[in-house]
Design a binder for this molecule. Structure first.
Ligand SMILES: [Zn+2]
Length: 122
């Protein structure tokens, strides 16, 4: 944005459903233990590939960015809780936001991108 080239982004709203497990939550439990009691799912998600609204399907870079963002979407749908936990860990110990490629969710998205690219861009 801001006149700069947008490469894509993915954002998902992950929500818990505790159902009958709600009664099992106690004050001694850690956040992780509490989260593990819920069934997590994607309520809403937005995938932006190119801010110009024109997707150049002949541009391999554009396709690569699209596949990368689909990788994030794939993780959100298959592993909603892990996706959510990864988002919580995008800051280093000093509180600075970690650069994109070193964030926890990126290895999943990159593996997806690599696998898909091998199939699509032959
Ligand atoms: Zn990414």
């Amino acid at each position: 944005m801001d006149g700069e080239k947008a490469y894509g982004s993915f954002a998902a709203d992950i929500i818990p459903d505790y159902g009958e497990n709600l009664a099992k939550i106690t004050s001694e439990m850690t956040l992780e233990e509490i989260e593990n009691l819920a069934t997590w799912s994607v309520r809403e998600a937005t995938l932006i590939v190119d801010s110009s609204l024109t997707l150049d399907i002949f541009n391999r870079h554009t396709i690569t960015y699209a596949l990368h963002e689909l990788g994030h979407a794939d993780q959100a749908v298959r592993f909603p809780l892990q996706y959510r936990r990864n988002l919580r860990n995008i800051r280093d110990k000093e509180g600075k936001i970690i650069e994109h490629d070193r964030r926890p969710g990126e290895s999943y998205a990159r593996r997806y991108e690599d696998r898909a690219r091998k199939e699509v861009l032959r």
